[in-house]
Each structure stands twice: as C-alpha cells, then as structure tokens.
Design a protein around this ligand. Structure first.
Ligand code: ADP
Length: 486
C-alpha cells in the first residue's frame, strides 16, 4: 500500500495531537506524580545510605587503627623506641599492623624526626604536617581523602601526660570502596526492581483513578447525542460527586428550557392561529351567502379588522420579547430622569383610564435619576400601569409611586382592580399565561405583557414582585439599581 505525502502529513498531525492529548491528560499527570514520588525518594535513599555506609566504614577502620596504635605506643617507653627504633618486637608489631591494614606507619619523635617508616623510605627526615602538629597537642586526628582513596590517622605517643611522639598511619580505603561498589550494585538492582514495580502500579492505578471521569464524559456525550439519559451518579470522589450534581442541575435546567421552548412554540402557533381562524370563519360566512346586506359586510369587516389588529399586537409583543432575549448584553443605558419617564407613561395612559373613570395618581417621594434603557424601562412600566387599568373596576383607582434609597429606585403600581388568585400569582410572569383567557382576550391582552416587563427589569439587574388580594386589588413593586451593573 502506498501512502501519499498529503496523507502522511495528516497521519503525523493526528499522531502529534494524540501525543499532546496524552501529555495533557490527568492520567499522565497522576502517572508522573506516582513515578516521581515513588522513584526519586528511592534513588535519594540509595545514595544517602551508600554515602553514610562509606563514612561509617572509614570511621570504624580508623577507630580500629587508633586503638591498635595506642596499644602499641604503650610499649614504646619500655623499649625506649623513640630514641632508638631498633626493638625487634615493636618493629615486628608495626610491620604486622601495616600489613593487616595495607598501610604505612611512621613513628615521629618529639623533634619531628621520623624514627621509623615501615616503607623504610623517609627515616631520619623531619615532618611538620598540620595533623602531626595538632597531634602533639594531645589529640589524635583522622583525615580521609576520598579522591585519592586513603585515610590518615595520627595517634599521640604519651609519657604520662606529656606527648613525646606521634604515630602517623596512612591506609588505603580501596577495600572499603570495593565493598561499597558491591553494595551499590545490589542497591541499584533493588532500586530498578522497585522502580519497575512502581511504574507498573502507577500505570494501572492512574488508569483506575481517571475511570470515573471517563464515565462522566461518556454520560455527557450520551446526552449530547440525544439519548434520554438518567441522572448522573458518580460518587467515586468528592469532585466527581460535585461534577455529577452540577451536571444533573444543568440537565434539569436544559429539560425545563426544552419543555418551555416547546410549550412556547405551541403557544405561539396557537395564539397566532386564533385570530386567523376567526377571520377565516368571518370571511367564509360572508362568501357562503348571496346578496349579503352592506351592514353585515361592514360589521364582519370591522370584526376582521379587529382580529388583524390583535394578530399585529401579538406579533409586536413577540418581537419585543425576542429582541430582549437577544440583546441581554447590550442595553442602551444612559442617565434618565425617572420622574419624567413615569409622568410621560401616565400622560399617555390617562385618556384610557378616563374612559372608565379610573383615577390615575402619581406620587413621587424624591427626584430620581438612574442609569437605565429608556425604551425598555418605559415598556416594562407601561405594561404594569396598562394592566392596572385593564384589570380594574369602573370608577376605580391606580396609584403609582416612585421612591429611592442610595442604591435602588422603587416604582409601585397599586390598583383597586379584580385582583389575582394566590395560585395564579406565581404564573402571571410566564409567556401567554392569563388568569381569565376570555376576559383578557376581550380587553386585548396577549399574555406577553408581564413576561416583557420581567425580562426588561431583570436586564437592568432589578426585580419585580406582585402582591394581590382577589377582589381587592393588586400591587406590583419594581426595584432597579440606580447605577447599571455590567
Ligand atoms: P395580558 O396581555 O393578558 O394582560 P400580561 O402578561 O400582562 O398579559 O398579564 C398576565 C395575566 O396576569 C393577565 O392575563 C391577568 O390575568 C393578570 N394580571 C396582570 N396584571 C393584573 C392586574 N393589575 N390585576 C389583575 N390581574 C392582572
């Protein structure tokens, strides 16, 4: 099979991506952590133990030498060895000692002269080394030269309390080093075995540890692909429980949104169809009759015009709602005089209230200026005042008041109207919800007014609430921040 160069580039690209994906994965990081925290301490432990071993072995060896030399030095006096180093007994012991430890022994008298060298090279010469000088002060020294593999030990030779000479012995540490190398090989084998076990365990453990996340991903993908998946329950870790809970909440919300979208679509089609059906019935009945009197034509055409007007209103309200949904992020906010804004709304609605002799009163507690979108706030408040007039009794009243504190301004619209039953108050802000469908329809309602109002107020980061007593009247309160919070 032959691979084209283009295909090769694609295959390489996919491989590269997979590699990147693996290195970025949680599994790789867990693996890395386990490996690092498993293998690195082992290696550190190994080298520390080996170093300590070396130090300890040198210490033991030199301590042994010091002991042996001290015992030997006790014989020096009786053989007058520091003056005349000819004693065969001492010489034999010195040779034996240097052979045992594979070293060289120098015996130095109080004039710093070498009286005995087991290598017989430096006898008669003078030594003034730092260690020898220190030793004359009464204390033996140990010097370990790691680089050149030897250790040097000095032992004071005493006559009573006085130091009369020094034994200087240098020994090779090669034997210790050989031992250490042996131990090191064994330790390395153990460390490599442990590392392999850790690597294997990490591989398996990391796969097991990320498995709950894979299950979560699978469930989310199932939802994405449209399976009607159940709630997610992944309680392996606290984190997965939290993710599951958040996911279930989101799923719940999605379902609600989906249900309400479907309900909205069916409501919209129903609402748009109703005036059309009426128009069709009216037109059909005119067409079905011959010689229809002009009065009947006029009456039916008037009804058709009313239905067209209604259809128009529904479409306009729907457009307002859709527009608000779309432009949540870009309100055209500017500083507005709210007193004037409310006055303008009331001025426009006063003639409608007057038709039914409804008193429309505005009470302002203080001048209020706030950062609002004038068009949307006007629409929101107009709907409330219009409703207060629409669902009022003849000769009733509507009281609108405006107040503010340092953070918010408050508009209250109270009426003496028909009121709303308790079970209906929680639904009246839903799209197309009407307490009394036929009554609302009669007075030209679309069921969208309060949905528009709530949307507009929420866009201003405000809140709207309703208090009502059936048969007594209704009060809507609106709270909006004085400065717009982005
Ligand atoms: P509509 O176009 O039907 O008025 P809204 O969304 O404005 O739609 O109001 C929803 C429903 O809430 C109305 O149908 C009405 O039953 C009820 N409602 C709203 N405002 C008032 C009020 N001030 N008094 C009594 N009922 C009201």
């Amino acid at each position: 099979m032959c691979i084209q160069s283009g295909e090769l580039v694609t295959i390489l690209g996919v491989k590269e991506k997979m590699k990147n994906k693996f290195f970025k994965s949680l599994r790789f990081r867990i693996l890395l952590l386990l490996v690092v925290f498993g293998i690195v301490p082992c290696t550190i432990l190994k080298s520390t133990i080996l170093n300590n071993y070396m130090e300890k072995m040198v210490f033991v060896r030199t301590a042994e030498i010091q002991n042996q030399c001290t015992i030997l030095s006790n014989q020096f006096k009786s053989y007058n060895y520091l003056i005349d180093a000819k004693s065969e007994v001492v010489n034999a012991e010195l040779t034996q000692l240097s052979n045992i430890y594979n070293g060289r022994i120098l015996v130095i008298n109080d004039e710093f002269r070498i009286v005995k060298d087991t290598y017989e090279l430096e006898e008669g010469k003078t030594v003034v080394s730092e260690d020898v000088l220190k030793c004359y002060q009464g204390k033996g020294t140990i010097y370990h030269d790691q680089k050149n593999h030897y250790a040097e030990v000095t032992i004071p030779v005493k006559d009573g309390k006085k130091v009369v000479g020094v034994i200087l012995m240098s020994v090779s540490t090669d034997a210790i080093l050989n031992n250490q190398a042996e131990v090191e090989t064994k330790a390395t084998i153990i460390v490599i075995t442990i590392a392999l076990i850790i690597l294997l365990l990490s591989f398996v453990l990391s796969a097991l540890m990320v498995r709950p996340f894979a299950r979560i991903t699978k469930s989310i993908e199932d939802v994405n692909e449209g399976y009607d998946s159940d709630n997610l329950h992944e309680d392996a870790y606290t984190e997965t429980t939290l993710i599951s809970d958040a996911f279930n909440k989101m799923l719940g919300r999605l379902k609600i949104v989906d249900d309400s979208r479907q309900e909205f679509v069916s409501n919209v089609s129903h609402e748009l169809k109703t005036p059309l059906t009426s128009m069709k019935v009216l037109a059909d009945s005119l067409l079905a009759q011959e010689d229809v009197p002009v009065e009947l034509y006029q009456e039916f055409m008037g009804d058709i015009a009313e239905e067209i007007e209604r259809e128009n209103k529904i479409i306009n309200d729907l457009l307002s709602l859709v527009k608000m949904d779309k432009t949540t992020m870009n309100l055209t906010v500017q500083s507005e005089n709210i007193n004037e804004l409310v006055e303008r709304i009331l001025k426009r609605l006063r003639p409608i209230a007057a038709q039914r002799n409804i008193e429309l009163v505005f009470e302002s507690f203080r001048p209020v200026t706030a950062e609002v979108d004038e068009v949307k706030l006007t629409l929101a408040l107009s709907n409330l005042v219009e409703n207060a007039i629409k669902y009022n009794k003849d000769d009733g009243w509507v009281h609108v008041s405006l107040n503010a504190d340092h953070k918010y301004f408050y508009v209250k619209v109270a009426d003496s109207g028909i009121g709303i039953a308790k079970e209906d108050t929680e639904h009246i802000f839903e799209r197309f919800y009407r307490v009394d469908k036929s009554h609302s329809r009669e007075i030209g309602g679309t069921g969208l007014g309060l949905a528009i109002t709530r949307n507009a107020i929420v866009m201003h980061r405000g809140a709207v609430k309703v208090y009502s007593e059936e048969g007594e009247g209704t009060t809507f309160t609106v709270r909006v921040p004085l400065t717009y919070i982005v």
